[in-house]
Design a protein around this ligand. Structure first.
Ligand code: SF4
Length: 336
C-alpha cells in the first residue's frame, strides 16, 4: 500500500460548508500549513528514498488560488525529483475539476486525485448541500482517467435522504466508473455541524453501528468481486475525532468490524452447506474470522450449538470445512 504523508488544509477552497462536515474538528487543525511549512516538514519526515505520496486533504484543493496549488505541488516536487517520494495526492469535489485542472495537476506532479462523491443520488446530494449532480462525478473521473491520473472515489453511506438501496446503488455507480480505489465513510454526526442540528431537531437518525457494519460488509463484498480496492472504511481514529463525534456509527476499528462481518457471512454459509462446526482459515485471517471480542464465534455457536476455528495451511481469503475448501467471496454471497 502506498505510504501517505498527509497535510490537512481544513475547508480551504471549499465553496460552501457541507451539512455533515467539520474538517477543523476532526483534524484538530484550524489553519492550513504554508507551502514553506510543508517543504520543511517533508525535509524532516521523508526517507532518503521512497515512493509514497504527499497528500493534501480536508479541503477543495482545485479551488485554492492557482498560485497556492502550484506552490504546494512545488513544495513536494523537489522531493519527487530527489527520489524521496513518488508523487502528490489531492482530494477535491467532482464539480471543481475541469479538463484543464486535471492536466495542470498532472504537470505539477500530482499522481492521484480523490473525488469526494459521497453519493450518486441527486436527492441525497441536494439534502446535504453538495451542489452538484451525479453526472458531474462521472465527468470528473473521466477527466482524471483521460490524463492518466489515478482516481479514487469517496462515498458516505447513511447520509440524510439516503437508505441502504441508495448506498448500494452509489457503490455500483462508482464501481462502474473504473476507479483505482474507494474510500467508504459511513456518516457520523460531528459536533458543530449542521447535521448535528438536524439530529437534535429529530430530523435525522444516524445509522447504528451494527447496521453500518452490515451495509459496509455488503459494499466490501461487491468491491472485492469487482476487483476495486477499498483503502479505508470508517474515519481514521484520533483523539481529535473521538472528541468531535456527537453520534453515529463511529468505531476506532470500524474496518476490522466490517471484514469480520464478512467472515461471519462466509462461516455461516460454509457451516450450513457442509454441516461442519469447525473451519480453518489462513493464520493471517484468523483474528478477523474470530471477530472483535469473539463476536463471530458467539454468533456461530448460537446458530450451530458450537463452532471453532483454527489456522489452516490454505490461501488467504479461503475457508476449509472438513475436506472442502471455499473462497470467501463465493460463500459471502449468502446473506442472513
Ligand atoms: S465535505 Fe469537502 S467540500 Fe464540503 S465542506 Fe467538507 S471539505 Fe469542503
Amino acid at each position: 500500500m502506498t505510504r501517505i504523508y498527509p497535510f490537512f488544509i481544513p475547508h480551504a477552497g471549499c465553496p460552501n460548508r457541507c451539512l455533515y462536515c467539520r474538517q477543523d474538528r476532526i483534524t484538530g487543525i484550524d489553519q492550513a500549513p504554508s507551502p514553506e511549512q510543508v517543504a520543511k516538514t517533508l525535509d524532516r519526515i521523508l526517507p532518503p528514498q521512497g515512493d509514497g505520496e504527499v497528500a493534501f486533504y480536508g479541503g477543495t484543493f482545485t479551488l485554492l488560488d492557482e498560485s497556492l496549488q502550484r506552490a504546494y505541488c512545488a513544495a513536494a516536487a523537489r522531493y519527487i525529483e530527489a527520489g524521496r517520494v513518488g508523487g502528490v495526492r489531492i482530494s477535491t469535489r467532482p464539480d471543481a475539476l475541469c479538463a484543464t485542472d486535471a492536466e495542470r495537476l498532472r504537470q505539477w506532479g500530482v499522481t492521484t486525485v480523490e473525488i469526494g462523491a459521497q453519493s450518486f443520488s441527486s436527492a441525497v446530494l441536494r439534502c446535504v448541500r453538495r451542489g452538484y449532480e451525479p453526472h458531474q462525478i462521472t465527468a470528473s473521473l473521466d477527466r482524471l482517467q483521460e490524463v492518466g491520473l489515478a482516481a479514487g472515489v469517496q462515498l458516505m453511506p447513511g447520509l440524510p435522504g439516503g437508505n441502504r438501496a441508495e448506498a448500494m446503488d452509489s457503490v455500483a455507480a462508482a464501481i462502474a466508473l473504473g476507479p483505482d480505489f474507494l474510500r467508504i465513510y459511513p456518516t457520523v454526526i460531528l459536533r458543530g455541524s449542521a447535521l448535528e442540528e438536524m439530529w437534535q431537531a429529530g430530523e435525522y437518525t444516524p445509522l447504528g453501528l451494527a447496521e453500518a457494519v452490515d451495509w459496509c460488509a455488503e459494499i466490501l463484498w461487491n468491491c472485492r468481486l469487482a476487483g476495486v480496492p477499498v483503502i479505508r472504511m470508517g474515519l481514521q481514529s484520533s483523539p481529535e475525532l473521538e472528541g468531535a463525534v456527537a453520534a453515529g456509527p463511529y468505531h476506532p476499528a470500524f474496518g476490522q468490524l466490517v471484514r469480520s462481518r464478512l467472515w461471519l457471512r462466509v462461516l455461516l454459509r460454509g457451516g450450513e452447506l457442509t454441516g461442519r462446526v469447525k473451519a480453518g482459515v489462513h493464520a493471517a485471517d484468523l483474528a478477523e474470522a474470530i471477530g472483535h471480542r469473539r463476536q463471530n464465534i458467539t454468533a456461530l455457536s448460537e446458530r450451530f450449538g458450537t463452532f471453532s476455528l483454527y489456522a489452516a495451511e490454505i490461501d488467504r481469503g479461503h475457508a476449509i470445512f472438513g475436506e472442502s475448501t471455499f473462497s470467501a467471496a463465493e460463500l459471502a454471497a449468502y446473506q442472513e
